[in-house]
Design a protein around this ligand. Structure first.
Ligand SMILES: Nc1nc2c(c(=O)[nH]1)N[C@H]1C(S)=C(S)[C@@H](COP(=O)(O)O)O[C@H]1N2
Ligand SMILES: [Mo]
Length: 247
């Protein structure tokens, strides 16, 4: 694609210059270099979205991973699941998928696992380093079979804000990023309730509020228009946080 683009630009320049020695013509050179800049910018943007977040050594972990936002969903439904050690919890995978799934914790643990020690950055100005483990979201989505129309992945949580579940969304680049996992373990223990038990999203290239805790549903959608007030997340809809919170 890049080669084709380059020869297209060179071809256009040749036409404009009306000769073969296009690179010697100042106007043609400007057009050529403009094309190269555009290519570099495009490539940088694509590469950046797929780059890995830094990973750390075990001894660099924070002594305590503080909670933020909801510390306990506290609904009767959540309390009942918690009382049963989340044996009854099921994560629904639906929307634009060929095979909707209903996954227990044991099902999540049966997928190939990824563990990573990463730094969480909250928009409120604190960071903490911890080890997270779970299946890659991309593998779970492959098992469900995304339909062609799917563009975004929406997460619905067990905790309520103003009576409605917390929700967030990411695009398919982040959904299939190797470090995007459905974490059920924090520092080699089951997730504490304050950190999103039994399962939370880790989307390591973005700020903390994108890392939905207390996951209940994951839906593939074609557009964010029908999600909440249309901006793709609780904070985006209500406090004007950016939908893409890249770090
Ligand atoms: N369901 C849910 N997910 C959530 C939140 C929340 O309140 N509810 N808070 C978000 C914010 S702002 C941050 S910084 C992180 C905090 O994760 P922690 O509680 O494990 O520190 O979770 C994010 N995910
Ligand atoms: Mo946050």
């Amino acid at each position: 694609m890049i080669l084709a683009r380059r020869s297209l630009i060179a071809g256009t320049a040749a036409l404009l210059a009306g000769c073969d020695k296009v690179v010697e013509h100042p106007a043609a050179r400007r057009i050529l270099f403009m094309g190269e800049d555009m290519q570099r910018g495009l490539q940088r943007a694509l590469v950046d979205r797929n780059a890995l977040a830094p990973e750390f050594r075990p001894e660099q972990r924070s002594p305590f991973f503080r909670p933020n936002g909801t510390r306990d969903p506290g609904t009767p439904e959540y309390a009942a699941m918690r009382a049963g050690n989340f044996a009854e919890w099921r994560l629904q995978i639906g929307g634009l998928v060929a095979r909707p799934l209903s996954l227990a914790l044991t099902d999540l643990a049966a997928f190939p696992q990824r563990a990573q020690i990463t730094r969480h950055d909250c928009v409120e100005g604190w960071s903490a380093i911890a080890k997270w483990q779970g299946p890659q979201l991309g593998e779970v989505l492959k098992a469900a079979g995304l339909r062609d129309a799917a563009r975004y992945i929406v997460f619905t949580c067990a905790d309520l804000y103003g009576g409605a579940p917390y929700y967030e969304s990411i695009d398919l680049i982040d959904a299939f990023h190797p470090q995007t996992i459905l974490a059920w373990a924090l520092n080699d223990q089951f997730l504490p309730v304050m950190n999103g038990a039994p399962c939370r999203l880790r989307v390591e290239r973005q700020l903390g509020y994108k890392h939905a805790k207390y996951l209940m549903r994951i839906d593939a959608v074609a557009s964010l228009a029908g999600v909440g007030k249309g901006k793709g997340g609780y904070w985006e809809d209500n406090v004007d946080y950016d939908w893409y919170a890249g770090i």
